[in-house]
Ligand binder design. Structure first.
Ligand SMILES: [Zn+2]
Length: 92
């Protein structure tokens, strides 16, 4: 009896730890940059039709309500990322 009680308590503690870890992961994910990826877009910078990326949200930078979102090809999105990083916006 004592042993199974110990097992139950151990399970509860283990569950609590995992719960906290999950919450932490969830929290840090919601703070991380959100990217949208779309196939066959024409890049707003160079006009190339390719897989496009756009930064939707990152901290104070929020384009989630953008009516006409601009996608960039991988190359241009890297350049844009550098620009944003230079402005102090977290992009990763
Ligand atoms: Zn481009």
């Amino acid at each position: 009896m004592g042993q199974s009680l110990a097992a139950i308590v151990a399970n509860l503690i283990g569950g609590l730890i995992f719960f906290r870890v999950d919450q932490f992961i969830f929290t840090s994910r919601s703070l991380a940059a959100q990217w949208e990826v779309k196939e066959n877009i024409s890049c707003v910078d160079c006009g190339k039709v390719a897989r496009g990326y756009r930064l939707v949200r990152s901290g104070d930078y929020d384009k989630s309500n953008d009516a006409a979102p601009g996608f960039r090809c991988e190359e241009c999105s890297k350049k844009k990322t550098e620009t944003l990083r230079g402005k102090g916006i977290k992009v990763e």
